[in-house]
Design a binder for this molecule. Sequence first.
Ligand SMILES: Cc1ncc(COP(=O)(O)O)c(C=O)c1O
Length: 420
Amino acid sequence: MNKLGFYRDNSKNLFVQDLNVNALATKYGTPLFIYDAALIENIFLKIQNAVKNVDGKIFYAIKANDNLGIIKFITSLGAGADVVSVGELKKCLKVGMKPEKIIFSGVGKDREEIEFAIKKRIKQLNVESREELLDVIEIAEKFKKNIRIALRVNLDIKAKTHAKISTGDEYSKFGISSKEILKVCNFTKKSNYVTLHGLAIHIGSQIFDYSLFYKTYYELEKLANNLNKNGFNIKSLDLGGGFGVDYEKYNFHKFSELKKITEKIFHNKKYEICFEPGRSLIADSGILVTKVIRTKNSRRKSFLIVDAGMNNLIRPTLYNAFHRIEPIKLNNIRKNKVVDVVGPICETGDFFALDRKLQEMLKNELIAIMSTGAYGTVMSSNYNSRKNAKEILIYKGKDYIIKKEISFNESIKSQIIPSF
Ligand SMILES: Cc1ncc(COP(=O)(O)O)c(C=O)c1O
């Protein structure tokens, strides 16, 4: 195996490692998510290399893909985790991740979640408001357990990204205004169990303008220095994730810029530096293979109706997101055709691409929706009583099933018919 990710052989069939994607789809059925562990590892090493001179630590943002097989693999590379729910936290523990490698973020942790995290002695709780801090203090006192916290700061920085994933300005629900942070820090002095260990920030996802990261990291460090001058003992800076993935290109990133920025700001290694990449680590490593159920030509449009739907991948309709679409077998003789690639769901929003020029495809042929490793299956649903897609991980040339499809019978069994 010498190629990374998805590539074509001489007969123009799509491959992953040494495995033919067509054969995998025949074996497992469609729709099918396929992930390449080698590509995840390659990107992980690139991020690690970018931050190694500042001793940066990587905490994979589980929300990007919370499949147990994926978490286990990324854990085996040495990453910790950034979780945003007790469910994600339990998944990390289930695959053997140590609690001291887990950061718990999120704007709405409930009491049960805070209690669980404190009892498990995780690395750090990232607190997003004065109100949450008071809850954490109360719960830690009640159980007489220590917990390290970081305060998530809102520096009022607007990330140039889709409005739904921009989290850094003061109109968003995230973080504590830098203008109020000193006041909130003072509350931590009241507790014998809660230690203010760090500051955290995450200004959004899909960010390509790295000058925004520079500004964010620079200002966060300045704030930490000021707080320490005021008698606090901030030791750690959690810089979040957000590194953009170019869905039109493949395996494209700007980690060399990240390296320059972090070395410029943190060369003195005054603080422990943490990163929480999600999308950039996993997006390109996954594809969604789907079969053409039928083609349909109407007066105004041509459609490829495929067996995956927006319940399997909602990004195109939710964010108007672009995903490359490729035939599993390239056929040089076929002409290209402009089509809408749509699913079977009863909504016009159920599409993967509109007016896309693709090699002409026929009934029962397969296409791959590319770069669907992040925020793909995690956002799936059973809308229209549809099944989830199966998922497989390709590791050292072998295919491992990491998610079964939930059968219709099981799904029916999980629901209760009331006796009215
Ligand atoms: C707190 C936090 N950290 C990290 C991430 C991961 O972001 P990305 O997937 O863009 O790297 C997110 C995503 O929303 C987040 O909310």
